[in-house]
Design a protein around this ligand. Structure first.
Ligand SMILES: Cc1ncc(COP(=O)(O)O)c(C=O)c1O
Length: 357
């Protein structure tokens, strides 16, 4: 009988709740204002040749490197950050090696790391859900080949200080350290300028979140030229499709679109947290475009109910939010994406009525 590798047989299937996402989508941390109109124009201008020909990543990769203040050899465009994670797992992990993550975090780290046959060492955050720096440093061993850190983290929204990331990089000089900056634009701090100081550092950026292009699947993996040279050996030459390549330079050029949206989201995030505090709903400070709240001890009519009760109540009002009850340390929690001012008005009305506050 045909069987896949043991590492795959032991893995659980991962199905993000994607079906029928109509209404106000506050469940996947997307840009709720869409993408730059300049990107849409570029998409509409694609002709039959552009569709029929294999995509050429090189030119747009060079433009992206310049945008990021890096040399072309330091940047690899990927099929979303998902592919960047997949690539570093393939390049640095194997059976017997260890990947180190702090939980709760982005679910794809564990999936891509496990499929290599490596051991995934998980360091659980405490009740404050802050990154457990001291215990994480203590978990680094000579077998640690890959360290995966989302900064800011999903689903907690919490960020690590640059100084703590540097301590981790210094403590694991023989491991690849991927700092996943998928939510960088909403946070504002980056490890990008430190690439020249740490040959084991990788920084990932996505165009799925602030740039509003999740459907096109494009991200950037940045790192030492020598390491990226190795990754280029295994990446598909056509990993980023022609539509994404047509839109990306326009998206990068439209700095005003991204800056305006980020400012609206940051203001919406602060306002939402103030409302949650006023309602007595437990939540964690966020540096991303989302907020994690705990419903288990919510006030009002849903008091003591599960996170699923709020997910359901809001879905009936046409608003999707994400149940994070199953994430380690997140019992009774939901994660809510921050949208535009009008969308947040709608959420606040719906949520206060669902909670009957
Ligand atoms: C921390 C983190 N990294 C990566 C991703 C995936 O990004 P992409 O759409 O670029 O694959 C997500 C998406 O939710 C995320 O939260």
């Amino acid at each position: 009988m045909l069987t896949a590798r043991n590492a795959l047989l032991e893995m659980k299937a991962y199905h993000p709740p994607l079906r029928g996402r109509t209404g106000l989508r506050l469940d996947f941390n997307e840009n709720l204002a869409g993408c730059s109109p300049r990107s849409l124009r570029a998409l509409r201008a694609m002709n039959t040749d552009a569709v029929a020909a294999y995509p050429e990543r090189d030119g747009v990769e060079a433009v992206t490197a310049e945008f990021l203040g890096l040399r072309h050899e330091q940047v690899l465009l990927t099929n979303g950050v998902d592919e960047a994670i997949h690539l570093v797992c393939e390049a640095y992990l194997e059976a017997g090696a260890e990947a180190l993550i702090a939980t709760p975090t982005f679910g794809m780290y564990e999936i891509y790391a496990r499929q290599t046959g490596a051991n995934v060492v998980q360091v659980q955050a405490g009740a404050d859900l802050a990154f457990p720096v001291a215990r994480f440093l203590a978990a680094i061993t000579p077998r640690t080949r890959l360290v995966l850190i989302a900064n800011p983290n999903n689903p907690t929204g919490q960020a690590l200080a640059i100084a703590d990331l540097e301590r981790i990089l210094l403590a694991a000089p023989d491991a690849a350290v991927l700092v996943d900056e998928a939510y960088f634009e909403f946070h504002g701090e980056t490890m990008m300028p430190r690439l020249s100081d740490f040959p084991n550092l990788f920084v990932a950026r996505t165009f799925s979140k602030a740039y509003g292009m999740a459907g096109l699947r494009v991200g950037a993996l940045c790192g030492a030229a020598e390491q990226l040279g190795t990754l280029r050996k295994i990446v598909s030459a056509y990993n980023v499709n022609s539509a994404a390549l047509a839109c990306l330079p326009e998206a990068l050029a439209d700095a005003v679109f991204v800056a305006d949206y980020v400012a609206e989201v940051v203001a919406g995030r602060e306002r939402f947290c103030r409302e949650l505090s006023g309602w007595g709903v437990v939540h964690w400070p966020s540096r991303g475009n989302f907020v994690l709240c705990r419903l288990a001890d919510a006030p009002g009519e849903l008091a003591g109910s599960s996170s699923g009760a709020l997910v359901l109540a809001l879905r009936q009002k046409g608003i999707l939010i994400r149940d994070r009850n199953g994430d380690p340390g997140c019992a009774g929690c939901v994660r809510i994406t921050i949208g535009t001012r009008e969308q947040m008005n709608r959420l606040l009305v719906a949520m206060s009525s669902a909670l009957a506050i």
